[in-house]
Design a protein around this ligand. Structure first.
Ligand code: GDP
Length: 198
């Protein structure tokens, strides 16, 4: 399925494609440098690419087989946009907050400021999508940088409890827990689908 190009980002917010098969948009949020692009690149490498990479296209579509069932995720790594005028950037961020079926909020365990930003993003998301029970996964990345760690695993976990989201620590560099992260996203999406249908 084509990704909405930036020129049309204000218009649509599709939940699924027209064939009836589910396509879920997963939006990556987080400060610059925490490892969003590294994580999404690993996600893109999980299976052969369906589409040739297009310059400036920061969304990757993959079908994952999880628990014997296939689900397609469209992972959007568009949070850090080109330098636009501030009001446009705000509008774009607002769009990102609206369009996801699930969110992955990334911080670096080596950067406390990025951890604080993650909380801010969670609050912003809650405000934007108040009534909805959307899956949110808090991710502490760069666990390989043991000696530079500024945020403990306990702090990460506690934050996730407070903000009512899932939590996982990853290392994109070591490819640790990255598959588990995206499988977790799929499971969280399914849990909510199932409870909606029940
Ligand atoms: P983004 O700005 O959030 O998209 O972050 P990037 O994916 O561009 O990563 C920023 C920098 O951190 C790059 O130099 C990456 O190689 C590095 N990086 C990303 N993930 C990890 C990780 O798990 N461990 C280490 N050691 N470096 C990482």
């Amino acid at each position: 399925a084509p990704v909405a190009p930036c020129s049309s980002w204000s218009s649509d917010s599709a939940d699924s494609d027209s064939s009836g098969e589910s396509l879920y948009r997963v939006v990556l949020l987080g400060d610059p440098g925490v490892g969003k692009t590294s994580l999404v690149n690993l996600f893109a490498g999980i299976q052969e690419r369906d589409l040739p990479e297009q310059p400036g296209e920061d969304a990757y579509e993959r079908t994952l087989s999880v628990d014997g069932e296939e689900t397609t995720l469209l992972v959007m790594d568009t949070w850090e946009t080109e330098r636009r005028p501030q009001d446009e950037e705000n509008r774009f961020h607002n769009y990102c907050m609206q369009v996801g079926n699930a969110y992955v909020i990334v911080y670096s365990v080596t950067d406390r400021v990025s951890f604080e930003s993650a909380s801010e993003l969670r609050i912003q998301l809650r405000r934007t999508r108040q009534a909805e029970n959307i899956p949110i996964i808090l991710v502490g990345n760069k666990t390989d940088l043991v000696r530079c760690r500024e945020v403990s695993v306990e702090e990460g976990r506690a934050c996730a409890v407070v903000f009512d989201c899932k939590f996982i620590e990853t290392s994109a560099a070591l490819q640790h827990n990255v598959t588990e992260l995206f499988e977790g996203v799929v499971r969280q999406i399914r849990l909510r689908q199932d409870s909606k249908e029940a």
